[in-house]
Design a protein around this ligand. Structure first.
Ligand code: C2E
Ligand code: CA
Ligand code: CA
Length: 823
């Protein structure tokens, strides 16, 4: 690359070349034109000079002719009489006179004697009369105010010696003006010429100007000598007359020259400038092109590095999506994908047989609780390394299935026995004790095995088989590895396979909604209900959320599930509003998990559902736990603010079980606080939590919160809470979660009233209350016809809504209901 100053020079170079070429050519042309012009002018001047000279010569001819003729006349008159005195008898004509060598002057009567004398004396000063014998011309000479030209011819009487000096002369003269009158010098001046009539005397080197159109001498003019008529000599020896003519504007008119030079300069400048501009534009264009090229290159580079970064990111994202952060092993999602693919291969006979081994590390929870989580994690990392080493020789996928479980997918099994052999190798790998932070631990594991070699098997079916085998193995005291056989079909699985089933559950409408009344503690009237999810598992029966929610969350199903719940609940609430007496208000509150708050379209969705169903926002509430809020404060705030602005009220759920940090609570627009287990703390002592409940109940109003006490199982609790100032409550004492229709009956019916607990209910520490004089419709049999449906069959979808929540009334004793564990 050339330095910029060079570039600037190269920019000027073409312009300079153009300038030089134009100037040289132009000046050459101007010069040629000057020469041409001068030549023409010179020719014209020469012609003018010749014309003028010829005209003067002819006038001189006339003058000398006159002198010669008069001399001849005088000679004839005095012939024979040699005395010049006799000349006096011959009268000279006008403008002529005779002069004898002795000085006698005979002038015509009308001629001026003074002029004649002047001429004679002038002549005498040039050449004495006696000496010259040839005819001659004198002048121009000044006489008074006149310029005169004179010619003299010798008067020689016949017979005299022609070589001897004459005795007398005949002289004729003429006024110079008259002589020149026919030359029309004025016309020459008018034609734009200057002229000068000069007498040149080569002997003395003198030249005298008689007549000139200029005051200054005329240099470099076209000159012409004026010849005297034949036979006549100049009075002054060697002298002659000369006419010089020159164009007045000079040989080349300066004005025109200046214009032409000016034009040339302008033209040269314009061309040079144009060239410079052109080269400059070209250079700029080139520079622009280079810059664009550089920019494009930079852009391409940036793009490709960005693409690379993205690919890296995608890779790490994919890795994170499909791997367990702790052990680095593939996760459950990855395993399921691979299993699906492998089963596809078996179906198309690309693979002969595949096998699955589910591994459950025994006593893992105990290790976690006694040695701490770090030790538990360390154990899993070490176990995963040992398993990885043990399976290295096989074509298989080793995955971390859950906290204490691993899964192995063997991709090419020669025989079912080979899977059992591999399980043996895995058991062997656990043989050596584990060193965990100053502890040596012997660990055992239960393993469930199954194989798939034919038939249209689904991943969830194969997994369930392995799971059932695992549950059998776990129950066994000695045999720690069990292979699935068809006879085990009836056994309960350990729910390892729930995730696979959950996808199917959504499609088959196996998810149900239950409604647990929320009651005004003073009037015992139902004011609303909490919506609780159930899964009618075709094999496992009715499952409570603690069995499947974490799996649904991990499988990324919480967002679609919650959206369905919201739509269903809003439609249902609208239906209830129509069926309730006008003006009776109630609300339904839905639990939200952390994943839902991360759903960017969530608040929009709620808004659209409220609009679509025309449900007043006050009839819908959401419940959130502290853990949910804290896991993503920023996103949670944004979503909750928006919901709150829409008029949807928010409840803080499970207060008293988690961090219970009031600082955090003030960050969110909460309206209710649900106090969890107001009388039972984790150690089971009733008093410990009372203080906390009391404190919260006192503080709630100042925080703008309305308190709802949860898990009220006894009348005493209900009363105590009411006395502490708690306005609302919820718990088995009033009602368990019930089906939609029954919940609506509670809303329409009488207030709740304590009833004697049913037999066996005391174990659970809960009582069942029912509204006084509940409508007969709610006294439904414990098992509805729908629940009699074959468990493996899909529930027929209801005409309204996408989730069948029309669960029949289940008034079962609480002891039979799933209980919350307090540990
Ligand atoms: P939660 O929000 O604290 O709901 C209250 C739980 O306590 C319910 O359990 C309810 O059946 C139970 N319960 C109510 N009264 C009593 C009582 O007097 N004694 C005892 N022992 N238990 C009582 P459930 O239905 O098993 O729900 C468990 C948890 O699952 C809920 O806790 C909630 O956090 C979550 N959950 C339920 N449905 C949904 C849902 O649709 N979405 C989300 N994200 N979470 C849900
Ligand atoms: Ca709740
Ligand atoms: Ca709760």
């Amino acid at each position: 690359m050339s330095p910029p100053f060079l570039k600037r020079r190269t920019g000027w170079l073409p312009a300079a070349v153009v300038l030089a070429v134009v100037l040289i050519t132009g000046s050459r042309l101007i010069m040629l034109s000057v020469q041409q012009h001068a030549e023409t002018a010179r020719e014209a001047s020469r012609a003018e000079a010749t014309r003028a000279a010829l005209s003067i010569e002819s006038q001189l001819q006339v003058l000398t002719g006159l002198a010669s003729r008069q001399a001849a006349r005088a000679a004839a008159a005095i012939s024979g009489d040699a005395a010049p005195q006799s000349l006096a008898e011959v009268p000279p004509i006008h403008n002529t006179f005779w002069i004898a060598t002795d000085g006698m002057l005979v002038a015509s009567r009308d001629s001026s004697v003074t002029i004649a004398k002047g001429i004679v004396s002038e002549w005498a000063s040039t050449a004495p009369l006696r000496n010259a014998s040839a005819p001659s011309v004198l002048g121009p000479m000044r006489e008074g105010s006149q310029w005169l030209v004179a010619a003299r011819a010798p008067i020689r009487p016949a017979g005299s010696n022609p070589a001897a000096p004459p005795a007398a002369w005949a002289i004729a003269y003429v006024d110079l003006d008259q002589l020149l009158s026919s030359t029309h010098l004025g016309a020459i001046v008018d034609a734009g010429y200057d002229f000068a009539l000069t007498q040149v005397e080569p002997a003395s080197g003198r030249s005298r100007i008689f007549l000139s159109s200029r005051t200054t001498p005329l240099d470099v003019a076209a000159e012409r000598t004026i010849h005297l008529p034949a036979g006549y000599l100049p009075a002054i020896a060697g002298s002659y007359l000369q006419i010089a003519i020159r164009p007045r504007a000079g040989w080349y008119p300066t004005e025109e020259l200046a214009t032409e030079i000016g034009l040339l300069a302008v033209l040269a400048w314009l061309l040079a400038f144009g060239t410079h501009d052109l080269t400059h534009s070209l250079l700029r264009l080139r520079a622009g092109l280079a810059a664009s090229r550089r920019r494009v290159q930079a852009l391409t580079q940036r793009l490709s590095s960005e693409i690379e970064q993205r690919q890296d990111l995608q890779k790490s994202f994919d890795h994170a999506r499909y791997h367990d952060g702790f052990t680095g092993l593939p996760n459950r999602r990855y395993f399921m994908n691979q299993l699906d693919r492998a089963l596809g291969d078996v179906r198309t006979r690309r693979r002969q047989r595949i096998g699955i081994i589910l591994i459950d590390i025994a006593r893992f929870r105990l290790i976690n609780d006694t040695l701490g989580h770090t030790a538990g994690d360390e154990l899993m990392v070490q176990a995963s390394r040992r398993f990885a080493k043990a399976t290295a020789a096989f074509e298989c996928v080793l995955a971390r299935w859950s906290g204490d479980q691993f899964a192995v997918l063997i991709l090419d099994l020669p025989s079912p026995e080979a899977a059992i052999a591999l399980a043996g190798v895995l058991q062997e790998a656990l043989h050596a004790p584990f060193d965990l932070r100053r502890h040596r631990l012997s660990v055992t594991a239960s393993m469930g095995i199954t194989c798939a070699d034919s038939g249209p098997q689904r991943a969830e079916d194969v997994l369930r088989e392995a799971d059932i085998a695992l549950s059998v193995a776990k129950r066994h005291e000695t045999t720690k590895t069990v292979a699935y056989v068809a006879a085990m079909g009836g056994q309960a699985a350990t729910l390892v396979s729930l995730e696979a089933d959950l996808h199917v559950a959504l499609a088959k409408n196996e998810l149900r909604l239950m409604f647990q009344p929320i009651v005004d503690l003073r009037s015992y009237r139902m004011v609303g209900a909490e919506v609780l999810l159930r899964w009618r598992h075709p094999v496992e029966g009715l499952l409570t959320p603690d069995k499947f929610l974490s799996i649904a969350e991990e499988a990324g199903l919480m967002v679609p599930v919650t959206r369905r719940i919201i739509l269903r609940v809003c439609k249902l609430a609208m239906e209830w509003r129509r069926r309730l007496p006008p003006g009776q208000e109630f609300y339904l509150s839905i639990n939200l998990s952390a994943a839902v708050l991360r759903d960017p379209g969530f608040s929009d969705y709620v808004e659209s559902v409220l609009q679509e169903t025309e449900l007043p926002a006050t009839s819908l509430k959401f419940e959130l736990t502290e853990a949910t809020l804290i896991s993503n404060v920023g996103a949670a705030r944004e979503v909750l603010e928006r919901l709150h602005r829409m008029g949807v009220q928010l409840m803080l759920d499970d207060f008293g079980t988690g961090y219970s940090s009031l600082n955090y609570l003030q960050l969110f627009p909460l309206d209710y606080v649900k106090i969890d287990r107001p009388f039972i703390n984790r150690t089971g002592s009733e008093d410990a939590n009372t203080g906390m409940t009391q404190a919260m109940l006192q503080m709630a109003p100042s925080l703008g919160l309305t308190a709802i006490a949860e898990i009220i199982e006894t009348e005493a609790a209900a009363n105590a809470l009411r006395q502490m100032g708690c306005a609302f409550g919820q718990g088995y004492f009033f009602s368990e979660p019930v089906a939609a229709e029954l919940a609506l009956q509670f809303l329409r019916g009488q207030p709740f009233q304590a009833r004697q607990p049913a037999a066996g209910a005391i174990d659970g520490g809960a009582a069942v209350v029912a509204p006084i004089a509940a409508p007969p419709a709610i006294v439904a049999p414990p098992i509805s016809p729908r629940e009699d449906d074959s468990p493996t069959m899909a529930m027929p979808p209801l005409s309204h809504g996408d989730m069948d929540d029309d669960e029949p009334a289940i008034l079962v004793r609480p002891a039979n209901r799933p209980q919350r564990t307090t540990g």
